[in-house]
Design a protein around this ligand. Structure first.
Ligand SMILES: *[C@@H]1O[C@H](CO)[C@@H](O)[C@H](O)[C@H]1NC(C)=O
Ligand SMILES: *[C@@H]1O[C@H](CO)[C@@H](O)[C@H](O)[C@H]1NC(C)=O
Length: 243
């Protein structure tokens, strides 16, 4: 009995020092999360790092013709969806029940503005509901929220910039150390002409720009999520850190 216990502890310690902590990451949003290739580029970039085991999660797994048959396609991008509708219909609640996550990215608001000219204040209110859902699902959820990319048609970018400005104080107001919100700027440096394939969705150049903006924030979020998981294992006596 004793030796079995010692053995299993030793095995757990060994496991914990290698690829012990399996993290789950949900890419959440609309078509700019669903029918794009920044997820493929992101997954590829992570393969050369300690985060190669991060499991992308979500109910969607469409082929996006990214010339990549290896990447983890799972995502929660829903083409055409408004943040306001997702919040009002409580859809994220079910999506996270089906696929819990440690880390989530959110790029939303484009359809609210482009399809239905919703008020920025109402989009922000929906974001608050969505963050509430994330934290109900996982009180330690690490959240990365995008200031969204510009459009290449119409006169939407003034309002998009208005939303993007509102995201900063909103995120600061909801921030917490257990469930931090990091805001990343997907607008600045993104061209409404040469980074979009159809006026809305990134082409290869836009995908790379988006991936490069998500990447440092995500790696930081993974590190924070891993710390939580290691601390939880240690608290249960399953892992001992050897300095
Ligand atoms: C939220 O807090 C974290 C530290 O826990 C910080 O890195 C981040 O910038 C804060 N977010 C905002 C929007 O200020
Ligand atoms: C992206 O699309 C724009 C037009 O939609 C084009 O001018 C540009 O060359 C494209 N770039 C890449 C890398 O696909």
């Amino acid at each position: 009995m004793v030796s079995f216990k010692l053995l299993s502890l030793a095995m757990l310690v060994a496991a914990a020092t290698t690829q012990e902590v399996k993290l789950r990451y949900m890419p959440f949003g609309d078509s700019i999360t669903e029918i794009i290739c920044w997820r493929a580029q992101l997954w590829e970039k992570l393969q050369t790092t300690e985060w190669s085991t991060v499991d992308f999660v979500g109910s969607g797994r469409n082929e996006n013709y990214c010339n990549d048959n290896k990447y983890d396609r799972d995502n929660e991008g829903h083409s055409g969806f408004l943040a306001i509708d997702i919040a009002n219909r409580r859809q994220l609640d079910g999506w996270l029940q089906q696929n819990p996550a440690d880390v989530i990215t959110m790029h939303l608001g484009t359809n609210d503005i482009v399809q239905q000219n919703k008020a920025v204040a109402d989009i922000i209110k929906a974001f608050t509901t969505l963050v509430g859902t994330m934290r109900t699902s996982n009180p330690k959820m690490k959240i990365v929220v995008a200031q969204i990319i510009p459009m290449g048609f119409g006169n939407y970018n003034t309002k998009i910039q208005e939303l993007n400005r509102a995201i900063i104080p909103w995120a600061q107001g909801l921030n917490s150390t257990t469930s931090p919100i990091w805001v990343v700027d997907q607008y600045t440096g993104f061209s409404g002409t040469s980074d979009l394939r159809d006026g809305v969705h990134p082409n290869t150049s836009g995908d790379t720009k988006m991936m490069n903006v998500w990447y440092p924030a995500l790696v930081n979020a993974f590190a924070e999520a891993k710390k939580d998981k290691m601390a939880a294992l240690e608290a249960r006596g399953e892992v001992k850190f050897v300095a």
